[in-house]
Design a protein around this ligand. Structure first.
Ligand code: ZN
Length: 223
């Protein structure tokens, strides 16, 4: 248990906690997570609010607000932070992410057992920065897994974790959440197309996906 004296949450942290709890509940409602698996975090300044370990999301209350500094030191709350804290913190230290979502979404996890990279079945791969990589397996909660994930995320806002699940990040909780939903949808799409007997899905080229990436960033718009 954390015994150290802690500061009180700031108003913006209290508001961010409400959004975090809502996003965490949405991962369950949308079927991306079962029970207490998966976790969500959001960065407020130099503090990272994270879902606590092992508490069902429908029981999370304002008083359960859990926050850590970027070095992992707990600065808010008394509940133990998610066991995947090293992964979340590694993403914040290496990127400009404002939020991180980790799930065990079933189609994405199925794909993580089959390929090294999600085949380019749809141009929405561009919304994640290009072909989505699969990070090699390592035990959950370890620095080794966090390191694998960082490598798989290079130039991407999402990746798969082999035999485990998904990680996405975004500027906001909504963006990180939407990227998880898109990733799960693309994995489901590929599994559906790839499961037709005797047929192989047509794939896009990296160039075709990169062209969409430019469009998504607002290139080529007329005034
Ligand atoms: Zn997990």
């Amino acid at each position: 248990m954390q015994e150290s004296a802690q500061r009180r949450p700031r108003p913006e942290e209290t508001r961010a906690w409400e959004s975090l709890v809502a996003a965490a509940r949405r991962t369950v409602a949308d079927g991306l997570v079962v029970g207490t698996s998966g976790n969500v975090s959001v960065r407020v300044g130099d503090t990272v609010l994270v879902t606590p370990s092992g508490v069902p999301y429908d029981r999370l209350a304002p008083a359960d607000l859990t926050g850590v500094a970027l070095d992992g030191r707990q600065v808010l709350g008394t509940l133990v932070p998610t066991s995947e804290l090293p992964l979340h913190l590694a993403v914040y230290r290496a990127t400009d992410a404002g939020a991180v979502v980790h799930t065990h979404a079933v189609h994405a996890t199925a794909v993580s057992t089959l390929v090294e990279e999600l085949p380019l079945v749809h141009y929405m791969a561009a919304a994640l920065g290009g072909p989505v990589r699969v990070a090699p397996y390592a035990t959950y909660g370890t620095d080794e897994l966090a390191a694998h994930v960082l490598r798989a995320l290079d130039g991407r806002s999402g990746c798969l974790l082999r035999n485990h699940g998904t990680v996405t990040h975004g500027a906001t909780l909504d963006q990180a959440y939407d990227r998880t939903a898109q990733l799960e949808w693309m994995c489901r799409l590929w599994l559906t197309a790839a499961s037709v007997p005797g047929r192989t899905p047509a794939l896009l080229t990296e160039e075709q996906v990169a062209e969409v990436g430019q469009r998504l960033r607002g290139y080529g718009q007329r005034p």
